[in-house]
Design a protein around this ligand. Structure first.
Ligand SMILES: [Zn+2]
Length: 283
């Protein structure tokens, strides 16, 4: 658990997204929720001690950011596309079960009855502000990691919660990402007045990390472009291009993450997305 500011807590060690709690004079605002139900219960046991949970903001619709919604109180806020995805195409109960079988077996009973991907009930399309006491939250929609990603900026605190638009522990899955726009967003953030980035995954960093992450993305894009230039097929590119995947999803000695097949699925989805966007002239 990290204390980013006097009243801002972030947990970075759960599988899946970083989860944050901002304490205001008028209650607590959460950002994203754990992927494992057992982590969600632990997180809830902590955040409930901070005050009444008023709002929960989801930065995108991916399961590693929203599964724990079900276990939290509070009104959920997100971009309209995030709600749409959760309503229209949530992970199937079978797929959810399959993931939990591998990574959170003791929690299977928690999703047995009544579990669902609790969707946001307040949405916005371009930007919105939330004011709780003296704390101001600016929510901005950007097409980047997903077409419906949200950045959350706290101007007084000079903190940016970037969701997966910035990750500091490897490259997240780029399947469904808006790649060119993503690079533009990273440039645009240079002009914003903040000091700390709480990324979607990995340890918080200073603003100076932005170009480094942009470079990491570009390096993979260029590897794919280079292989395409040499006439390699997508299948051959799968075999030829390797990079550091998002480690937070991988199993370690102490920790069970996604199974290898799931990680491999992400890697291929990433390379396919880059390939297709280059092919269409979008990147
Ligand atoms: Zn994520």
């Amino acid at each position: 658990m990290l204390k980013i500011r006097e009243h801002i807590y972030t947990i970075t060690e759960n599988l899946g997204s970083n989860d944050s709690a901002i304490v205001t004079e008028e209650g607590v605002v959460l950002i994203d929720t754990p992927h494992k139900p057992s982590d969600a219960l632990d997180w809830y046991a902590f955040v409930r001690t901070l005050g009444e949970i008023k709002y929960l903001i989801n930065t995108d619709h991916h399961p590693d950011h929203v599964t724990g919604n079900y276990f939290m109180p509070g009104v959920i806020v997100s971009h309209e596309g995030t709600r749409k995805n959760l309503i229209e195409k949530p992970l199937t109960p079978e797929h959810t079960r399959e993931l939990m079988e591998f990574m959170d077996k003791p929690a299977l009973r928690l999703i047995e009855h009544g579990f669902f991907y609790r969707p946001p009930t307040i949405t916005y399309s371009d930007r919105m502000q939330l004011y709780l006491g003296k704390t101001e939250f600016r929510l901005w929609h950007r097409r980047a990691h997903t077409p419906n990603s949200t950045l959350i900026y706290l101007p007084q605190e000079k903190v940016l919660f970037s969701g997966d638009i910035v990750c500091t522990i490897g490259i997240p899955c780029l399947g469904g990402s808006c790649l060119r726009e993503w690079l533009q967003v990273l440039d645009e953030l240079e002009a914003l007045d903040f000091t700390t980035i709480v990324p979607g995954h990995g340890e918080p960093v200073e603003k100076s990390y932005l170009p480094k992450f942009k470079q990491e993305l570009q390096t993979i894009f260029e590897m794919v472009r280079d292989r395409m230039g040499k006439g390699l097929t997508l299948e051959e590119i799968y075999d030829d291009v390797h990079y550091q995947p998002d480690l937070i999803h991988c199993s370690t000695k102490e920790y069970i993450g996604y199974c290898d097949a799931e990680i491999e699925k992400f890697r291929k989805a990433t390379l396919r997305e880059i390939y297709q966007q280059i092919e269409k002239g979008l990147l």
